[in-house]
Design a protein around this ligand. Structure first.
Ligand code: 3PG
Ligand code: MG
Length: 405
């Protein structure tokens, strides 16, 4: 069965459509620092408005623990969405309470409302099916149809992602459809050479995807905090760098498997080693097998890939036809450790083929480093979701919309 599209819902004029978006954007003191997910949600909103629907948007933000928490209010998101739409967005201060009911009742055809954070309600993320079901039923009572478009959250079995889609006529929005088009090109018949670049801090988070991708890719480039577990697997000392000692054996297994499959796992040959964690740390470039031979000794902390590694990674990326990148190469938030991430991003903008930036952190990184979205083949709005898709996992929020991998 294929993904149900908005057309399958029939005429929407005058109907109230609940629209699940992932408007989980980074905020600093109430100010949105990357509005990529809001911008990515606009086309579906505009389509539904154009179809004459009353559009009632629901989303989560952050991980509040099932109760209202001002720090995770969607109010700033409503304001930004209104700017982007060039039209008012009515904001309800609750999700299934009196304000939401009144806001939905007063919404004109073609009007847009955003309800407060779904996760202020324990039913949204409850582990109990019955509790999620009960919350989803209250949400369903607000609308006539449901459009699911929060790609970043389709790997979660949560009330507004899964149960709600079973209670109303439901379909996927255009963002989910667009994300799947691209991710399918990565899983079905990627143009070769196909390179995957993995960074970020935790090896254990990415192990599933490494195992699943090894038989499919030509090269796997390893950066970020997890590179040190790979170096340790090759017998190198890593000083005070991030290390997941319990993953070393698994990583050794992957190195052997890659050799057998003829896949190139490209590991850093040099790293930027710092005296401590901080933008004002002393730092220098050391060979990957000499991290403890710097003046910092065993206290040396690897915080980025080195320049030789950056150049090598950039070469591999530029000569690939398909590249998927998830996870920063270093601590890009601190200027002295941003060069590796910047080099990977720059190379991705130069490829003659499909370059995909997967996920929250990597997307935020390319924008923080002042790249423009249009320079990349695709920037996915889902980090965990796109990785789980590439791992070949079943994603509840897609299956419930008719998707089968
Ligand atoms: C994300 O940012 O990863 C998505 O919005 C999902 O959020 P979650 O990881 O808190 O479920
Ligand atoms: Mg997440």
């Amino acid at each position: 069965m294929a993904l149900r599209t908005i057309e399958s819902l029939g005429a929407l004029t005058g109907k109230t459509v609940l629209l699940r978006c992932d408007l989980n954007v980074p905020l600093q003191d109430g100010v949105i620092t990357d509005d990529g997910r809001i911008r990515a949600s606009v086309p579906t909103v505009t389509d539904l408005v154009g179809a004459g629907a009353r559009v009632v948007i629901v989303s989560h933000l952050g991980r509040p623990e099932g109760a209202p928490d001002e720090r995770y209010s969607l109010a700033p998101v409503a304001a930004r969405l209104a700017e982007l739409l060039g039209a008012p967005v009515a904001f309800a201060t609750d999700t299934v309470g009196p304000d939401a009911e009144a806001t939905v009742r007063d919404l004109p055809a073609g009007g847009v409302a955003l309800l407060e954070n779904l996760r202020f309600n324990p039913g949204e993320t409850s582990k109990q099916d019955a509790e999620r079901q009960e919350f989803a039923a209250k949400l369903a009572a607000l609308g006539d149809a449901f459009v699911s478009d929060g790609f970043g959250v389709v790997h979660r079995k949560q009330a507004s992602v899964y149960e709600l889609a079973t209670l109303l006529p439901s379909a996927a929005g255009t963002l989910i459809a667009a994300e799947l088009d691209v991710l399918n090109r990565l899983t079905e018949s990627p143009e070769r050479p196909y390179t995957v670049v993995l960074g970020g801090s935790k090896v254990s988070d990415k192990l599933g995807v490494i195992g699943h991708l090894l038989p499919k890719v030509d090269s796997l480039l390893i950066g970020g905090g997890m590179l040190f577990t790979f170096l340790a697997a090759n017998g190198h000392k890593v000083g005070a760098s991030l290390l997941e000692a319990d993953q070393i054996d698994t990583v050794k297994g992957y190195l052997v498997e890659a050799e057998r499959l003829g896949v190139d796992i490209v590991l850093p040959t040099d790293v930027v080693v710092a005296s401590k964690f901080g933008a004002d740390a002393e730092h220098l470039v050391a060979p990957a097998d000499g991290i403890e031979d710097t003046p910092f000794g065993a206290a040396g902390l690897g915080l980025d890939i080195g320049p030789a590694t950056s150049a090598r990674f950039a070469d591999v990326i530029r000569s690939s036809k398909t590249v998927f990148w998830n996870g920063p190469m270093g601590v890009f938030e601190l200027a002295p450790f941003a060069a590796g991430t910047e080099a990977v991003a720059a190379a991705l903008t130069e490829i003659d083929g499909l370059g995909v930036v997967g996920g929250g952190d990597s997307a935020a990184a390319v924008r923080a480093l002042k790249f423009d979205d249009s320079q990349f083949g695709h920037i996915s709005t889902g980090g965990g979701a796109s990785l789980e898709f590439l791992e070949g996992k079943k994603l509840p929020g897609l299956e419930v919309l008719g998707w089968q991998q």
